[in-house]
Ligand binder design. Sequence first.
Ligand code: GSH
Length: 215
Amino acid sequence: MSNLTLIIGNKNYSSWSLRPWLYMMQLGIDFEEIRIPLYTPDMEAQLEPCFSDSKVPVLIDDGYSIWDSLAIMEYLADKFPENVSWPAYIKARATARSVSCEMHSSYTALRNEIPMNCRTEHTKPLSSETEQNIERIIALWRHCRRFYGQDGKWLFSQFTIADAMFAPIAIRLHHINYPMKDVEAEYMDTLYNNQHMQRWIKAGREEIEVIDDGL
Ligand SMILES: N[C@@H](CCC(=O)N[C@@H](CS)C(=O)NCC(=O)O)C(=O)O
């Protein structure tokens, strides 16, 4: 029986929840999952007992709470050092942290214009800011795969936190049918068609709640 509980939002919409969920599933970390529908009174009530920023995801470890997707994965990397969470080579590790932090703190246009939604195809034209965000992300993928990805299919060969950080981007780009080739097309295939990602997407599609996200 695991002492770890991951509190997540709706699978259809909660891009931040997907990241640590995918990381824990991919690494085989045992946890209990609690799903709370976003923007409901239930959300506030369920999160009230834990010290957090009142957002999801939140990880509870034996009564102790960690909030924020990246902090949760860093905590789990410390707690289970036998797992590969970051690349071993110091410079690859620094690059993995750079791209993860960039993903965590940037791309406002893309986030606003193409919210994660597992059900909906997005057909509206993209703004130039969003196009630039996407091209920047593709440039990051190419850089990581070129310099550190020769021994596997992930950004740094083996799956790391950096891959988890980009998981919602794969859903977004798949649902706008963004034209891709070569390295980025291969990486998209690895990430989007990962068995745990497919499980999340299926669950998201089966949820009944509808949030107006402008799509
Ligand atoms: N920086 C946070 C962002 C968390 C976040 O914004 N979560 C959204 C759901 S994906 C949320 O809980 N929104 C509810 C709200 O803003 O009240 C992280 O990385 O975990």
